[in-house]
Design a protein around this ligand. Structure first.
Ligand code: NAD
Length: 503
């Protein structure tokens, strides 16, 4: 069978490495469940070779003036933008996300971050600080590249995640060995080729392919200085544990169960739009989703009425059609996981099903091309009258499943919003801006929004609190995660402080 995409191999030493594997697996188009490409699992010996290629490239790349690194990375950002639609089609085939999303968000937000960090280091972002201690003594600091870093990606924003990791990593003078999710690897070698075309030297950005065992081998490797990981909390705990054994730097971008709080005076239409974005964008496969929607008892009926009207605007269909705004779930295991949560919500949690459910969407037979019949399509699902103890309210589902919870007082909703071991995102909808800031200040989450949901621009540092992560990506603080500090105290007065003076 001829697959639509070329096989994917490892990429290191500046080229595709066709001899880097002894086994392979297939990636699947989630819309149709048809295979799209053979992916060749990188062997341990080839992972060693990829790391060695990065080690070889590191001295020259880290010594390259930051402004020159910036020029090269800006060229890569321009190439990404010029090829936006081709790259977006690859992402759509790999993830199932509609082209209307991948062509406007995924590649664009990746290129933005690349440009942002290139501009930052080109504009003096690698400079340290100087502190005058005394007239004849000062302290200066320098930012130093870490070395060879590992990037491990999740499947929901493949190229964006690859860029959010590699952009600050490379800008700061490091080299990267990147492993995409085994479910969505198609972008990885295309990105490596774009970097090479832009002038990134061989060995600076490398790709290895495979699942958890490949990631685990990379993470524990003694030559890796830092691990930047995006994925589930449970995997993140394993990866952070393994990295801790080698005292490696880590950034952990993990899961969430975020509260979306509608305050009593909110503009209901705006709040409904926010709740829709916080649950159904990317078919609910967004880490920052606001899946616990807290609505005051006083406006719950009106909120639900308008929500059900808005759900009619969800258009599933041909994922390459720019009018489609809702795709399938990413993979069969994930599809089964999301369906099991929906069934649990109905049967065990006994939440009230407002719309959706576990049945195959009826549009599969009526509106879709027949080839979609085996794809991982689910219905957007809304539960109401939910309570805090329900499994669907407590655990990350990572699908288009909204839980509506009602509340009476602000203190109550803040306490309930915080009653989770996760702390990725949170948001508030209200016209009372004083109250908005007061509530946001009490929410235990690293990413918060007021009267909007989901936007994550290059300028905004994002990262989870509690079990949702360690460290941040993007924004000014994003560069700090890819450098190590050296402080130097300079004494010009000639007197070394000593307890060993002659009495
Ligand atoms: P996952 O944890 O199953 O896999 C993530 C990556 O880790 C994959 O590349 C996988 O191959 C690799 N991996 C698995 N076991 C490993 C091990 N032992 N050592 C090293 N690597 C290993 O996550 P997923 O299902 O791909 O992604 C969905 C999750 O990602 C959700 O929980 C979501 O919330 C989270 N996510 C978080 C953010 C964020 O910024 N906080 C962004 C996107 C997704």
């Amino acid at each position: 069978m001829t697959l639509p995409y070329a096989p994917r191999f490892a990429f290191y030493d500046g080229k595709l490495q066709r001899g880097s594997s002894t086994s392979s697996f297939q990636t699947i188009d989630p819309a149709t469940a048809e295979p799209t490409a053979n992916i060749h699992t990188t062997t341990p010996a080839a992972i060693d070779a990829a790391i060695a290629s990065a080690q070889k490239a590191f001295p020259a790349w880290s010594a390259t003036p930051a402004i020159e690194r910036a020029r090269i990375l800006q060229r890569a950002a321009a190439l990404l933008r010029a090829r936006n639609d081709d790259l977006a089609r690859i992402e759509t085939r790999d993830t199932g996300k509609p082209f209307s999303e991948t062509s406007t968000v995924d590649v664009v937000t990746g290129a933005d971050v690349l440009e942002y960090f290139a501009n930052m280091v080109g504009g003096g972002g690698m400079n340290g600080e100087t502190t005058q201690l005394r007239p004849d003594a000062w302290v200066y600091t320098t930012k130093n590249s870490l070395g060879v870093c590992a990037g491990i990606g999740a499947w929901n924003y493949p190229i964006q995640i690859a860029l959010w990791k590699s952009a600050p990593c490379l800008a700061a003078g490091n080299c990267m060995v990147y492993k995409p999710s085994e479910f969505t690897p198609l972008h990885s070698t295309v990105l490596a080729e774009i970097y090479a075309e832009a002038g990134v030297p061989a060995g600076v950005f490398n790709v290895i392919q495979g699942g958890g065992e490949v990631g685990a081998y990379l993470t524990q490797h003694p030559s890796i200085a830092k691990v930047s990981f995006t994925g589930q909390v449970s995997t993140g705990a394993k990866v952070a544990g393994s990295a801790a054994g080698g005292m490696k730097y880590v950034t952990m971008e993990l899961g969430g169960k975020s509260p979306c709080i509608i305050l009593p005076d909110a503009d209901i239409d705006q709040a409904v739009d926010g709740a829709m974005m916080a649950n159904f964008f990317s078919t609910g496969q967004v880490c920052t989703n606001g899946t616990r929607v807290f609505v005051p008892e006083t406006i719950k009926a009106e909120f639900e009425k308008r929500l059900l009207e808005k759900v009619q605007h969800i258009r599933a269909g041909d994922v390459l059609d720019s009018n489609t705004n809702f795709g399938p779930l990413v993979s069969k295991p994930h599809y089964e996981k999301v369906l099991s949560y929906i069934r649990h919500g109905i049967q065990q949690d006994k939440a009230k099903l407002l719309c959706g459910g576990p049945e195959k969407p009826t549009w599969l037979s009526s509106h879709y091309d027949k080839s979609y019949a085996n794809g991982y399509w689910v219905q957007p699902t809304i539960f109401t009258n939910c309570t805090d103890d329900m499994k669907i309210v407590q655990e990350e589902i990572f699908g288009p499943v909204m839980s509506i919870l009602s509340y009476k007082t602000i203190d109550e909703v803040v306490a309930r919003a915080n009653a989770t071991k996760m702390g990725l995102a949170a948001g508030v909808f209200t016209n009372n801006l004083n109250l908005a800031h007061q509530v946001v200040a009490k929410l235990e989450a690293g990413i918060t929004w007021i009267n909007t949901w989901g936007e994550s621009p290059a300028e905004m540092s994002v990262g989870g609190w509690k079990m949702s992560g360690v460290g941040v990506e993007n924004g000014r603080k994003g560069l700090e995660a890819w450098v190590k500090n050296k402080s130097t105290l300079v004494e010009m007065g000639g007197a070394v402080p000593t307890v060993f003076a002659k009495l």
